[in-house]
Design a protein. Structure first.
Length: 359
């Protein structure tokens, strides 16, 4: 009998221990959202931020190489109907353009690549009266937000229904006016998490210690054309960067297409721009006009000096539609400073006013 009692006692103790262990198992209620954030792709988030409907921004493709309409969050939405887009490099299928103004469905179109809206590089972005107004909010402030709060803000932003007939004119309220598009109908959760990661970790690389910018003109609401424009101080590019290290980085990562002087090779002509861009036309009647001179400038050095924030963004994300493909370039904050310091040297990376022929 004593043996039985001892056995019963041991079984009771074992049962108590096992039950206690089950109570001690902790399940993190945020485990799924933490995993979604960790698995998100900040570079793809930047591509979505620039042009969400581009084939290179992580969309499954249809047989013609365009974003497959079935993969929007709302399967009744046809991505091709709501904005212009570009196919993957090499796709020669004609681009249908039912909607000529993709700025209505581009984060950067209203918030600018630096996330500062009309208080940053966006001051010079509005090029036509029918574009949406540049945003007042500073998306860079979201770096301090909880990821779940930021996810919910993007998914729950609300806004106008997705309708290609209501995106033609930002000033015409009967056509949708300035209402924010409802991205919960467009972007699936995984893409929203990519955007969250970019806003939390990527957009921070454009903060003020990389360059100094001033603005000329007054931002009016509704904005008039021509608009104000941004000017960059090349003496402050890269602040404490190392120019020699920047040249070494450029030689290792960029020279094969952009050439030793940044003016292009047989693979690339290099970016084109006009110094101190504003809106309107040049004396030749083509393209935006800026303060004198209005001569077009060529070369990656010129682009990085006159369009610094845009250049940083392209380095981080790559450039849509280029052949060969200009992919995102992995780069940390110090390397970016070094590269900008190198580009501040006009003797090393000169402006050019004549486009090189690309054989």
């Amino acid at each position: 009998m004593k043996t039985i009692n001892k056995s019963m006692l041991l079984l009771g103790l074992l049962s108590f221990v096992l039950q206690s262990c089950t109570h001690d198992i902790y399940v993190d209620p945020q485990a799924a959202t933490k995993a979604a954030y960790e698995n998100a792709d900040a570079v793809n988030g930047a591509k979505l931020f620039s042009n969400f409907q581009n084939a290179e921004a992580g969309w499954p493709l249809d047989a013609a190489g365009w974003p497959d309409v079935k993969y929007a969050a709302d399967p009744t939405i046809n991505i091709k109907d709501i904005a212009t887009y570009t196919a993957l490099p090499g796709n020669v299928t004609p681009v249908p353009a039912p909607q000529a103004n993709r700025n209505f469905y581009s984060c950067a179109g209203c918030h600018a690549v630096d996330g500062m809206g009309r208080d940053g590089t966006g001051i010079s972005k509005k090029t036509a009266a029918n574009q949406p107004q540049i945003a007042v909010s500073h998306l860079r402030d979201t770096r301090g937000w909880d990821p779940v709060k930021l996810f919910d803000a993007i998914k729950g932003v609300g806004g106008r229904a997705i309708d290609p007939t209501k995106t033609a004119n930002g000033l015409d309220l009967t056509l949708g006016g300035q209402a924010h598009p409802d991205f919960s109908k467009i972007l699936t959760d995984d893409k929203i998490w990519d955007l969250v990661k970019w806003l939390k970790e990527g957009i921070d690389n454009t903060k003020g210690d990389l360059y100094s910018m001033s603005t000329v003109g007054v931002f009016a609401v509704p904005q008039t054309v021509p608009a104000p424009y941004a000017l960059y101080d090349t003496t402050k590019m890269g602040s404490d960067g190392d120019g020699a290290a920047g040249v070494a980085f450029y030689t290792a990562k960029c020279v094969v297409c952009h050439g030793a002087d940044g003016l292009g090779t047989t693979n690339a002509d290099g970016p084109v721009l006009i110094p101190g861009q504003t809106n309107g036309t040049t004396s030749a009647g083509a393209g935006p006009a800026g303060p004198a001179p209005t001569t077009k400038m060529y070369g990656v050095g010129a682009y990085m000096r006159y369009r610094t924030a845009d250049g940083i963004f392209l380095i981080q994300t790559g450039k849509f539609g280029t052949i060969p493909w200009m992919a995102a370039t992995p780069i940390d904050q110090q390397q970016m400073k070094d590269l900008l310091k190198a580009f501040s040297d006009k003797a090393r990376f000169p402006d050019a006013t004549v486009k090189r022929t690309n054989p």
